[in-house]
Design a protein around this ligand. Sequence first.
Ligand code: AMP
Length: 297
Amino acid sequence: MTERIVETIRTVPDLRDAIAARRADGATVGFVPTMGALHRGHCALIKRAASEHDVVVVSIFVNPSQFNQAADLEHYPRDENGDVKAAAAAGATICFAPSAEEIYPADFASSVRVCGPLTETLEGQERGLGHFDGMATVVTILLNIVQPNVAYFGAKDAQQALVVRRFVTDLQIPVEIVTAETVRDQDGLALSSRNARLSPAGREQALAISAALQASANAISDGSAASPDGAAAAGVERLRAAGITPEYLAITDSSTLEPARELSGTLLIACAATVDGVRLIDNLTVIANREAATANC
Ligand code: AMP
């Protein structure tokens, strides 16, 4: 087994050189893009990449262009030293932590846009098209720099993973995309860098989000919901009982993200809500009309 020495690299030429040297030895490269503030969810992706590749590149870059609110960007948690340690412990080889200017030089003028329901619904509708434009652009840049064999994304951001798959296919970027399941705390709360900003009471209230998704999933699997609206209502009721009004709780086709017309096939139940001043998202995939319907829970 190859010894893993973590280097923190800040420039594109240095990263290209470090990866090229390893590739020359026959190494394969796994890549985990992150915005830092690493938690067990990120570390699960890094561990998976480390179990499959000689070189694991973890990018730590809070991408300004995918934030639609300046305050959200400003308050986004940052802990580079802690992140490098966590990434190393999980098996990373290289941490790429560039400045904003390294990624977006002064004359930068390009954008990658995925069109249609994949970007116009759910997060795209709430945060504006610029959110996914910013994400797609930075992920394209990072994939072009790292040129990994495989890039790893979390199902926690299911819409993001679908958008990435779309532009990687459309733009013929030669990389395999893996989507790994959501890591949760024992009580069901999906791990998120933003959870660090929840007060104890807010964290307690936030548990209603995963519970609401589960309520909708149960309403689908036990037949108590007759329609997607009925299934969504079961989740919204659970949120309201906890004093939360969601931005959305939607039952969609899991591959197109269009609103589900009926309770059949593979459905994505997706929710966004602000709790304790912190915007959180979560989702569950359910297979309707089948035994043991919930996945990724
Ligand atoms: P972020 O730093 O939030 O941009 O996330 C970086 C990557 O980690 C994305 O692919 C996320 O989907 C993934 N991720 C975030 N939270 C989790 C989680 N709880 N479980 C699994 N993957 C996650």
